[in-house]
Design a binder for this molecule. Structure first.
Ligand code: NAD
Ligand code: DAU
Length: 353
C-alpha cells in the first residue's frame, strides 16, 4: 500500500517550516509533501536539516494556479492537507491588497476544491486543515476581554479580511460539500526562521547592525505572543485529534505592548552582545503608525486546552532567549535574506524546474 501522504502548503515559510520539520521527524512512515511557490517569504534554507529525509518531498507550485494544484494532488494522492500558504504581512496588504485576495482567498478556494475533487465524497480518513489567524476577530479594547471561537468576525486590514474570507470558504466547503475540515486561529508567533520584516526579527537585526528600531505610533498596541514550536505542536494535535468542522483558538496567554516587548528584547540583546545595559534601547524610534492598526489581540485557548490537552511549553522569557540565541548563531540566515542571496538556493538545489 502507498504511504499515507500529507501535503503541507507554505512549508518554506516561517511557521510552515516548523510544521514540516515536526511532521517529518515525528511521522517517518508518512510522506510529507511541502507545496510552496517560494515567494519572497519562502526560503528552503529553513529546511536544510530535513531536506534529505526519505519521507520529505518539495514541490514548487502556486496555490493560485488551480491546474497546477490538481496535478500535484493527482500525483501525490494526499489523505491530508495542512494549508498554511498565504501572504502574511499586514503592512504589505495595505500597499498591495490584491495579492492577498489572490493568494489567501482564491488560493484557499483552489486548495479546498482540489481536495473535494480528489476525494469525491470518499472522506473516510481524510482531513483538510486550514491555518488561520486571530486577526479575523478584529481588535480588542484594553479591557481584559479575549477572543473566543464565538467572537464575531470583524477584520480591519486587507490581510485579515482576506484570511476571514478564506475561513468562510473553509466553513462553506464543510457545510455544503461535507469536506472534512478543521481550522485554527492563532495569535502572533515568534521563534527561529521568522522573516525579518516582522517586528521581533526586524528588531533583532536592527539591533545587531545598530540601526533604528521602528516602533509604530506610541508602541501601545498589544499582541499575544506564542513560541512557534508550540503552534506547530497544536497543529499536530488538532490535525490528528480535532473534531470535524471545528475551530480551535491557539494563543500564548502572553500579552505584551510592543514597547515593553522591544525594551525586553533590547535588554536581552545588550546582555548577549556584551553591550552596556541601555545601549540597544537608544535605537528605539517612534514612527508613523500603521493605518488601521489593531489595538489589541488576545486569545482564549481554553477549548484547545480542555479538549486536546495542549499547553504552551515555554515562557516568553525562555522563548525569547532561545530566539535571540538562534538569530545570533545564524546571522548568515538573516544576512542572506537581506542581501537576496537566499533566492539562489532553490536553483542550486533543484535546478531550473
Ligand atoms: P510566511 O509569510 O512566513 O510564509 C508563507 C509561505 O507561503 C511562504 O513559504 C511562501 O512562499 C508561501 N506562499 C505564499 N504565497 C503562495 C502561493 N501563492 N502558493 C504557494 N505558496 C505560497 O507566513 P507565516 O508567518 O509562516 O504564516 C503561515 C500561515 O500562518 C499563514 O496562513 C498565516 O496567515 C498564518 N498565521 C501566521 C501567524 C504569525 O504570527 N506569523 C499567526 C497566526 C496565523
Ligand atoms: O496575530 C497574528 C498575526 O501576527 C499573523 O496573522 C500575521 O501573519 C503576523 O504577521 C502577525 O501580524 P502583526 O501585524 O501583529 O505582526 P507584525 O510583526 O507585523 O507587528 C507586530 C506589532 O508590531 C504590530 O502591532 C505592529 C508593530 N510593528 C511592526 C513592525 C513590522 C512596529 O511597531 N514596528 C514594525 O516595524
Amino acid at each position: 500500500m502507498d504511504k499515507e501522504t500529507i501535503i503541507i502548503t507554505g512549508g518554506a515559510g516561517f511557521i510552515g517550516s516548523h510544521v514540516v520539520r515536526l511532521f517529518v521527524n515525528k511521522y517517518p512512515e508518512t510522506r510529507i509533501v511541502n507545496l510552496d511557490a517560494l515567494t519572497y517569504a519562502g526560503n528552503l534554507e529553513n529546511l536544510t536539516d530535513i531536506a534529505d529525509r526519505p519521507n520529505y518531498s518539495f514541490v514548487k507550485a502556486d496555490i493560485t494556479d488551480y491546474a497546477a494544484i490538481t496535478e500535484v494532488f493527482r500525483q501525490y494522492n494526499p489523505t491530508g492537507v495542512i494549508h498554511l500558504a498565504a501572504e502574511s504581512h499586514v503592512d504589505r496588504s495595505i500597499t498591495d491588497p490584491f495579492s492577498f485576495v489572490r493568494t489567501n482567498v482564491m488560493g484557499t478556494c483552489n486548495m479546498l476544491h482540489a481536495a473535494k475533487e480528489l476525494w469525491k465524497g470518499n472522506y473516510a480518513g481524510k482531513r483538510f486543515y486550514h491555518v488561520s489567524t486571530d486577526e479575523v476577530y478584529g481588535a480588542l479594547e484594553k479591557d481584559g476581554t479575549l477572543f473566543t471561537e464565538e467572537t464575531r468576525y470583524a477584520p480591519h486590514s486587507p490581510y485579515s479580511a482576506s484570511k476571514a474570507s478564506s475561513d468562510h470558504f473553509v466553513r462553506a466547503y464543510h457545510d455544503t460539500y461535507g469536506l472534512p475540515t478543521v481550522m485554527s486561529n492563532c495569535s502572533n508567533n515568534y521563534g527561529s526562521h521568522h522573516f525579518p520584516e516582522k517586528l521581533i526579527p526586524l528588531a533583532i537585526n536592527n539591533i545587531r547592525h545598530n540601526r533604528p528600531i521602528p516602533v509604530y505610533g506610541k508602541g501601545e498596541n498589544v499582541r499575544d505572543w506564542l513560541y512557534v514550536d508550540d503552534h506547530a505542536r497544536a497543529i499536530d494535535l488538532i490535525f490528528h485529534n480535532g473534531r470535524d468542522g471545528e475551530t480551535y483558538n491557539i494563543g500564548g496567554n502572553n500579552e505584551w505592548t510592543n514597547i515593553d516587548l522591544i525594551r525586553l528584547l533590547c535588554s536581552i540583546m545588550d546582555r548577549k552582545l556584551g553591550r552596556p545595559e541601555g545601549t540597544s534601547a537608544k535605537l528605539i524610534t517612534f514612527v508613523t503608525d500603521r493605518a488601521g492598526h489593531d489595538l489589541r489581540y488576545a486569545i482564549d485557548s481554553s477549548k484547545l486546552q480542555r479538549e486536546l490537552g495542549w499547553r504552551p511549553s515555554v515562557t516568553f522569557e525562555e522563548g525569547l532567549e532561545k530566539t535571540v540565541d538562534w538569530y545570533l548563531a545564524n546571522e548568515e540566515w538573516s544576512d542572506r535574506i537581506i542581501s537576496g542571496a537566499y533566492k539562489d538556493y532553490y536553483e542550486k538545489q533543484y535546478g531550473n524546474r
